[in-house]
Design a binder for this molecule. Structure first.
Ligand SMILES: [Zn+2]
Length: 163
């Protein structure tokens, strides 16, 4: 089954189904800025689920993105393997409530725009300082001094507010 452009949340929860398909990363404008060269289609699995904790969007992303190594500037294929596990919320207040235990995702007008969710999640998964295999290996052989500020995964809620 192809990926829909958007998932209607009320319908998706009433009749859960897995959506499986591909998304061209070149079609995602914010992600495209991060790519050093044209990259293969991303494999996407997405589905809604409801449990005692609330409503969730769950799925997986697989792919291979062409990134530029931050050390030697060579373009290399970075393997993407990410899980999507987002608690669906209706507003900021709800998002604040769930923030401790889950990554919130705000739903507007009962719809999830599939490309937006996928793009947000891929951007979160991208390394801050991509390194090709050789440089990764060089680093392992001769560890550099730890950087002053540890690169942390950006808070998805802060990310959400920016857009
Ligand atoms: Zn490198």
């Amino acid at each position: 089954m192809a990926l829909p452009q958007y998932i209607k949340v009320s319908q998706g929860l009433a009749r859960p189904e897995q959506h499986v398909g591909e998304i061209d990363p070149q079609q995602l404008p914010r992600l495209r800025l991060e790519l050093a060269a044209p990259s293969q289609a991303l494999q996407v699995t997405l589905g809604l689920a409801r449990d005692r904790g609330g409503n969730w969007l769950r799925g997986e992303l697989h792919g291979s993105l062409e990134l530029e190594c931050s050390r030697c500037e060579k373009v290399f294929a970075w393997p993407l393997d990410a899980n999507i596990d987002l608690r669906l919320v209706r507003n900021d207040a709800e998002a604040q409530q769930v923030l401790e235990e889950a990554d919130p995702y705000q739903v507007e007008d009962d719809r999830l725009v599939v490309a937006d969710v996928v793009e947000d999640e891929v951007l979160l998964a991208l390394p801050m300082l991509p390194r090709c295999q050789q440089c990764e290996q060089a680093k392992a052989d001769a560890p550099e001094p730890a950087p002053a500020a540890k690169a942390e995964r950006p808070n998805p809620f802060a990310q959400l507010k920016k857009s």
